[in-house]
Design a protein around this ligand. Structure first.
Ligand SMILES: [Fe+2]
Length: 336
């Protein structure tokens, strides 16, 4: 039987790949954004700054603070990469979100399991990079290789996950081919590409990509649904007759692009303590924009709840880029 031997979570946002002195590259966009979601409401930049003025967040946006936090991020991603190499799993199940990469507004599935034979992380699209804002182009470079890389997909495990999901009354979407556009095949999205590049260092470990629609209304799954879907995935892996060591990965999060340390601490604590009520009772309206990627973690916490592996938070690193509290709070964790 297959065995879940390890779990890990890593944020994947652009700031991880951006030198601290360049974190301002996205600050201008923050200032122009008329509707930052924060604690269930929406604010423009000036309103957000006023709302949070007592938190003295400007002090956390000094270059020296940024440098310390950037160094912590790099240290923990390096540690995760080393640990995954040491565990040497036969398969990694990566739970991420699709952010208008494979799916557009014409069809937006809530949960998708990929069951083709291989998945491609496409080479960096130099033309596209030229059209992107500098702060986002940096992340494109971080997530894509110089030439197309193909990774095997253990499609038998994908199908076991799909069959268990249907059995458990999750009417999920499935995909066995990359979608295409006028340039050809669309490679796997940032949530999986980042893990290939930064954690696996392009080693072709077989991966099952599981994609959530965390971002786009109106059909984002609730935290409860994500956790329960995770439990179904966990049962599927443990019931699968492939004799493989399986690792689980949560990609993305935590709060961004408005950092909310209270929310992050509450959710991370709930996952560590397996406090299902705290997860289920968190209002769906808290999970908007990038913060919604916390649902990738909740799904993974659901998978790991089927095992005796314990979550250990390696670090929580709030990376502020403006005094209004915008930026990206990073988290790095293992389940061992
Ligand atoms: Fe993301």
């Amino acid at each position: 039987m297959a065995e879940i031997v390890y779990g890990f979570g890593s944020s994947h946002g652009p700031l991880l790949s951006t030198a601290p002195e360049k974190w301002d590259l996205r600050a201008q966009a923050d200032m122009e954004n008329p509707a930052h979601p924060f604690r269930g409401e929406f604010y423009n930049y000036e309103e957000l700054k006023e709302l949070r003025k007592d938190e003295n967040l400007g002090a956390q946006n000094q270059l020296s603070v940024r440098e310390g936090r950037h160094a912590r991020n790099q240290k923990h991603m390096d540690a995760l990469a080393e640990k995954v190499a040491e565990v040497d799993p036969d398969i990694i199940v990566v739970v991420g979100d699709d952010q208008h990469e494979w799916f557009q507004d014409d069809i937006q599935p809530t949960f998708t399991v990929f069951h083709g034979d291989e998945v491609i992380n496409t080479a960096l699209d130099q033309e596209k990079v030229k059209t992107m804002q500098p702060g986002l182009a940096i992340s494109m470079r971080a997530n894509h290789p110089d030439v197309d890389h193909a990774y095997p997909v253990p499609s038998a495990l994908s199908r076991a996950i799909i069959e268990q999901a249907i059995e458990d009354e999750f009417d999920i979407a499935t995909s066995s081919e990359h979608p295409t556009n006028e340039k050809g095949l669309i490679g796997v999205g940032h949530a999986v590409g980042f893990i290939y590049r930064r954690i696996l260092h392009d080693k072709p470990v077989p991966v099952v990509p599981i994609l959530l629609n965390t971002f786009f209304p109106p059909n984002q799954p609730t935290p409860r649904r994500c956790y329960k879907f995770g439990q179904s995935i966990g049962r599927a892996i443990q019931g699968w007759n492939g004799d493989k060591k399986v690792a689980i990965c949560a990609s993305g999060g935590i709060s961004h692009f408005v950092i909310d340390e209270d929310f992050d601490n509450r959710m991370l604590k709930a996952m560590i303590e397996r406090d299902e009520d705290a997860i289920f009772n968190e209002p769906n309206a808290m999970f908007r924009s990038g913060t919604s990627e916390t649902k990738n973690w909740i799904t993974v916490a659901g998978i790991l709840s089927q095992t005796s592996l314990e979550m250990d938070l390696l670090d929580y690193v709030p990376c502020y880029r403006t005094e209004a509290g915008t930026g990206n709070a990073m988290a790095f964790a293992t389940w061992t």
